[in-house]
Design a protein around this ligand. Sequence first.
Ligand code: HEM
Length: 133
Amino acid sequence: MFPTCSCWVYDDEEEWFRSIFVNSKKEEAIQNQYEFFVQRMGGPPLYSQRKGHLALIGRHRPFPLTHQAAERWLHHMEKALENTPDIDADSKVKMMNFFRHTAFFLVAGDELKNQKQQAPCKYKNGGCKSAAP
Ligand code: HEM
């Protein structure tokens, strides 16, 4: 059982956060998250079979991923974990660590996007583009 939920799409308290998801389809967003987490946490590569490389920074490119947005996203994921009793306490800590790490990895990626991309990639074959996760 994975803590995929659409609560962030319907954030009743923070309109600014909900507006980030204004063009998202709830069912699709849940499916994407579900397949991504199954794959990223060691299960079968459901996400890549359907959509290719994980490329999280690139896929979040259209959205404003500020520190504040990351904290709000993490708040929702924490709530989702709390509401998922099948996951043991140790796994919850590991998952929250992974979420926090990745959320701020995305914030850093978003900040780079705003730097007008003046400096071209120094690697011959565009090595920067293939960054994980
Ligand atoms: C930092 C705050 C974040 C915000 C505001 C955010 C926002 C969004 C939005 C608006 C979408 C499009 C929804 C859809 O239609 O699927 C999306 C997609 C997605 N997000 Fe995030 N996200 C955040 C962090 C994360 C993190 C930390 C992860 C993983 C640990 C993640 C994983 C995904 C995945 C797998 C998709 C589907 C991408 C696709 O296949 O198009 N997101 N996110």
